[in-house]
Design a protein around this ligand. Structure first.
Ligand code: GAL
Ligand code: ZN
Length: 675
């Protein structure tokens, strides 16, 4: 079996964010006793405690933290130790008001919330390094510390800053990217709308202009802003690594957060962790959650960690619905099903004050009387049965491409054929259609080794540079099947339209060209025909002309009637399919059935009942099937599923089912063969 990312704990990790600075010593002692009762083996702290640790410059109070760490350790609870740099102390901000971030409207954002810093601020970076050094010097050798938790949710509140210092840093970033201002002018296409610069000094962070801002400039600002937070992360990572190299480092992600290129962040850390808050009032939330988890397990191709979830309601939506009884367990098991080696929450004990006083916690305001306590502590103890899953990985022969550069380039909606076109929506609908066939995706980037994959889904790749086009071509020519969605291959890395039009450098691969985009008015739809059946397309369609490709489907309504809608092209040893429209779920189902058959993939079952989430985790020798049933009715399992069910430790025979709102985890007697 693969090793746990956290070697000292043999079980699934189970725990929460803990904010002991909000509680007295007696409560802390009670907390720790209850943690043991609930099966907690790890807590995250002290995320927001800088002002408690260093109340004045260079005057430190570590005693309270030492005490908590000791007490936790005596109770055999390990620690995901935060560097306490999630938010600066007031004295630092007042001493250096220029480190406060400035929003797009040019307003400097006041102290009094959290994350009160400009990502580019050198003062802030210096102080983060200083704080991280203090933490590392004091605690790195402590046996309780099993992971470093750097900062917290980078970019959650501030991912783009428009202050003078950010502008300066942006210019520096541009200078190193382009060397000369002429090169920048070419890349930004500044001859359009008369924006030619004669010096880097004339460039500022793109706040608000009389009209839409140059999209090439915006794209670079997105890249720069992601890099600015990455640099801030690197400052602390370097400090930790230079003092102590063996304890793994993480920083918690926010699922498919658009503002940060998580590939680059994952490259810097040892463990990928995610904060996942599927909305319990959305019956399909589990489908999107699955896609988020695909990303998390793929970023480093290893198990990841659900570092935060809500025990019940959150406190930051317009309406904060609680998780109905049993739902928290299902969402937790789903994260495990998709490769998490644990379940952690925000937070252990509900605060009595502050912005998050109405956020649920394992211990709600009613303490052990609360429903969340009962459900969480039951889960903590149930997870002890799942230790053998630790270190196993989700296996799937299907990949999906996610490229932040392309998402960003697409993200200036003002000047696009349609403002409704959006990468994330397409990725979600493609993923859901595939999941309904008992198949999951891994997420890949152009650098990923594709040897394990037979199919590559590209719901959209608006920006395709030479690296991406080579990646797609070599995957297909080696025998893979690529399915490429609409509005792809439109621009290069500078957001310049490819000569000859879309799909640019992959025209030959797909064997088609696109003459014009035909966005569809909101609320209307057109029809396409595939395999003799009709499907709706909405939001997007295209006038496609065939080169070497042949039709899989055609438009049968509107101005595009009779023209190709879905095409297929042989390329090398493989096949490249183009889907030119935003096809509905049934249409995607039909396309993917075709693909899965051509790739000779055996899915887990022909049709997954609605509400059921099914995956396989495996150590390469032993497969485990995990079926999480979010629906109100029992679901049939695939007939071939037999083996030991880990939660109940009972043998599961052929033709079994998973109960309504229940989960089964089966150590399979016969491994699943994907082909
Ligand atoms: C996360 C954050 C936590 C807490 C939580 C509430 O975004 O990391 O500190 O605020 O949300 O849902
Ligand atoms: Zn700034």
């Amino acid at each position: 079996m693969t090793k746990h990312m956290i070697t000292r704990i043999p079980d699934m990790l189970f725990g929460a964010d803990y904010n002991p600075e909000q509680w007295d010593a007696e409560t802390i002692s009670q907390d720790i006793a209850l943690m043991v009762e609930a099966g907690v083996n790890i807590v995250t702290l002290p995320v927001f405690s800088w002002s408690r640790i260093e109340p004045e410059f260079n005057s430190f109070d570590f005693q309270w933290l030492d005490d908590v760490i000791e007490k936790l350790w005596e109770a055999n609870i390990s620690i995901d130790l935060a560097t306490a740099t999630a938010t600066p102390p007031a004295w630092l901000v007042r001493e250096h008001p220029e480190m406060l971030p400035v929003n797009r409207d040019g307003i400097r954002l006041e102290f009094g919330s959290r994350q009160s810093y400009c990502p580019s601020s050198l003062i802030w970076r210096e102080h983060c390094a200083r704080m991280a050094t203090k933490m590392v010097e004091r605690y790195a050798e402590h046996p309780a510390i099993v992971m470093w938790h750097v900062s917290n949710e980078y970019g959650d509140h501030i991912s783009r800053c428009y202050c003078e210092e950010s502008s300066r840093d942006f210019r520096k970033w541009l200078q190193s990217r382009y060397q000369t201002v002429d090169a920048l002018n070419r890349a930004w296409g500044t001859t359009s709308w008369g924006q030619i610069y004669s010096s880097f000094d004339q460039i500022k962070a793109p706040t608000i202009a009389p009209g839409p801002i140059n999209p090439s400039q915006t794209l670079d600002f997105d890249r720069f802003s992601s890099d600015a937070l990455l640099e801030l992360f690197r400052v602390e990572v370097d400090v930790i690594r230079s003092h102590n190299s063996s304890t793994p480092i993480t920083t918690n992600f926010m699922s498919f957060f658009k503002d940060l290129d998580y590939w680059t962040f994952a490259d810097l850390e040892d463990v990928v962790s995610d904060d996942a808050y599927p909305d319990p009032s959305d019956p399909n939330a589990y489908l999107d959650a699955a896609l988020n988890y695909s990303l998390m397990r793929s970023l480093k191709n290893q198990p990841w960690l659900l570092l935060e979830q809500a025990p019940s309601a959150v406190s930051w939506r317009e309406l904060n619905a609680p998780k109905p009884p049993g739902t928290m367990r299902l969402f937790s098991m789903q994260a495990i099903a998709h490769g998490s080696d644990g379940v952690m929450y925000f937070q252990w004990r509900a605060g009595r004050f502050g912005t998050e006083k109405f956020h649920s916690a394992i211990l709600g305001h009613r303490g052990t009387q609360s429903r969340t306590w009962r459900e969480c502590s039951a889960l903590g103890n149930e997870l002890k049965n799942l230790s053998e899953l630790v270190g196993t990985k989700v296996s799937t022969p299907i990949a999906m491409l996610a490229d932040w550069n392309s998402r960003w380039a697409l993200g200036t909606p003002e000047a696009m054929p349609s403002e409704a076109f959006n990468w994330m929506d397409l990725a979600k609908s493609w993923n859901s259609a595939l999941a309904s066939q008992g198949l999951q995706v891994d997420i890949v980037r152009p650098q990923t080794d594709m040897i394990a994959y037979k199919v590559l889904l590209v719901p959209n790749a608006y920006l395709i540079d030479s690296i991406t086009s080579e990646f797609l071509k070599s995957f297909v020519s080696a025998g893979g099947i690529a399915v490429v969605g609409p509005f792809s291959g439109v621009v290069d890395e500078n957001d310049h339209v490819h000569f000859g039009g879309a799909p640019g450098p992959i025209s030959e691969l797909l064997g088609i060209s696109v003459d014009e985009w035909w966005p569809i008015v909101d609320g209307q739809h057109e029809l396409v025909e595939l395999d003799g059946l009709q499907f709706n397309v909405s939001r997007w369609s295209e006038w496609v002309e065939l080169g070497t490709a042949t039709n899989l489907g055609i438009y049968i309504s509107g101005h595009l009637k009779g023209k190709p809608s879905v095409t297929t092209n042989k390329f090398g040893k493989g096949i490249a399919i183009y889907v030119s429209a935003d096809v509905d779920a049934n249409g995607l189902d039909a396309i993917f059935r075709h693909v899965v058959k051509a790739a000779n993939i055996q899915s887990l079952c022909d049709r997954v009942p609605s509400g059921l989430d099914m995956t396989i985790r495996s150590d390469g020798k032993q497969d485990y099937l995990i079926a999480v049933n979010f629906s109100d009715v029992p679901s049939q399992l695939p007939t071939w599923v037999t083996g030991l069910e880990l939660c109940t430790q009972q043998h599961l025979g052929e033709n079994s089912h998973v109960g309504a709102q229940d989960v089964v985890i089966v150590k399979l007697e016969n491994n699943h063969q994907w082909s």
